[in-house]
Design a protein around this ligand. Structure first.
Ligand SMILES: NC(=O)C1=CN([C@@H]2O[C@H](COP(=O)(O)OP(=O)(O)OC[C@H]3O[C@@H](n4cnc5c(N)ncnc54)[C@H](O)[C@@H]3O)[C@@H](O)[C@H]2O)C=CC1
Ligand SMILES: O=C([O-])C1=[NH+]CCC1
Length: 374
């Protein structure tokens, strides 16, 4: 039910109870703070906080309805991707630590929707360090009936890890955009050349924007170049970001001499070639998440130090890795832990496929901020 204050009106918990992760029946709250009162308020006065907590705790473990946190609210609670950096760094380390790291994350299941050129990905994860349990459902479509429609749509379900009840349904598109860019920024911090001045982004969609935002927030690039298959879209993005961006007519022009390159396209054949890349540059290869899709050519894959988010995923899902036969040097978590060196003086490729635990960290961040009434 729509709430005039902008959230969803659901039978659930008072604000005070939400702060302590508990809930009471028969009350209403808005998507953003909002109403407190009704029976629980009276109950609190009559029987005190301890009794309320015990009662609400029992209810929360059983039947409290989930809260819905939409994209505008996620954006408000997670205004900058950089807020995720500490949580994501820890999660990447824990993932690469194996069983000791406490991350349970099976390979994502991807269901092709062949007649429509689409895919549905199911991405569950539990992080013991965060005590958070989520699954993301993400669709991505090569062909779009309506070309203005987003190619990716996602929803994250967040569960109470103590009993498995569903606590929240969150918009996953903003989460996906921000956590992906934040992970690329982590890789870049470790792998880029010592003095990196020129940033090049190939692609001009959702990920291009989120990467532009965090990269220009964190790193002192003196020049940002942008190329997109359709130049019009690149011009639109460049004029909307509020900083100086040079739109290039060809990918080659954008890449020549760049220190850091981000590939964020829906390409299925290479758009970035080893011949063009400055020795020592760092590349974040974010697109091409199917075993027969490419963004980078064989020459670049084979001549670079290859770091991946997950070895298992890279060897199953990444056309750039599988079809080039390039050897994987490390997982990003291993570089973060220091069990593998970063080698910033070499040409490096970070092949990102996206991991469920990244969504877990981001969804918990958003849910905790919401619960705290921020
Ligand atoms: N590694 C990760 O964690 C994640 C990776 N992705 C991937 O990142 C890429 C970008 O995603 P979004 O920005 O959300 O998509 P988007 O649809 O918003 O933007 C895609 C861009 O690629 C361009 N493009 C489309 N087809 C192309 C082609 N054949 N050759 C060259 N350019 C082409 C479009 O003009 C557009 O500018 C996709 O491949 C997506 O699957 C997305 C989310 C997470
Ligand atoms: O991690 C993710 O959400 C995705 N990776 C590729 C498509 C969506």
């Amino acid at each position: 039910m729509a709430d005039p204050r902008g959230g969803l009106r659901l039978p659930g918990v008072p604000r005070a109870a939400r702060r302590s992760s508990t809930a009471a029946p028969g009350l209403y709250y808005s998507g953003k703070g909002g109403a407190v009162g009704g029976a629980a308020g009276r109950y609190l006065l009559r029987d005190g906080r301890t009794a309320l907590r015990a009662e609400l705790g029992r209810f929360a473990m059983s039947s409290a309805p989930p809260v819905f946190i939409g994209s505008a609210e996620v954006e408000r609670l997670l205004p900058r991707a950089s807020l995720l950096l500490p949580g994501l760094e820890a999660a990447l380390r824990n993932f690469s630590a194996g069983a000791a790291g406490g991350v349970e994350q099976p390979l994502r299941a991807v269901v092709p929707v062949r007649p429509h050129g689409g895919f549905l990905g199911v991405m569950p994860a539990y992080s013991a360090a965060d005590d958070a349990l989520t699954t993301k459902l993400v669709t991505f479509y090569e062909r779009r009936g309506d070309s203005a429609a987003p190619s990716h749509r996602a929803t994250v379900l967040l569960f109470d890890p103590r009993c498995g009840s569903l606590r929240a349904v969150l918009d996953g598109s903003v989460i996906t955009a921000k956590r992906t860019a934040a992970v690329s920024a982590i890789a870049t911090k470790l792998l880029m050349p010592r003095s990196a001045e020129v940033l090049c982004i190939l692609g001009a969609g959702v990920q291009a924007r989120s990467h532009y935002e965090i990269f220009t927030e964190l790193f002192p690039f003196t020049e940002v170049r942008l190329w997109n298959r359709s130049e019009q879209r690149a011009v639109r993005l460049a004029s909307s970001v509020g900083g100086a961006v040079r739109v290039c007519g060809t990918a080659r022009e954008a890449v020549l001499g760049a220190d850091v390159i981000v590939t964020v396209t829906m390409a299925t054949t290479p758009i970035l070639f080893g011949d063009w890349v400055k020795p020592g540059a760092h590349i974040n290869a974010v697109g091409a998440s199917r075993p027969d899709w490419r963004e980078l050519d064989d020459a670049l894959m084979k001549s670079s130090v290859l770091v991946v988010d997950s070895r298992e995923a890279a060897l199953t899902e990444s056309g750039d890795v599988i079809l080039s036969g390039a050897e994987i040097f490390a997982e990003l978590g291993e570089v973060l832990k220091g069990t593998k060196p970063a080698l910033p003086e070499k040409t490096t490729v970070f092949k990102s496929l996206g991991m469920a635990v990244e969504d877990t960290v981001a969804a918990k961040f958003v849910y905790d901020a919401w619960s705290a009434g921020k």
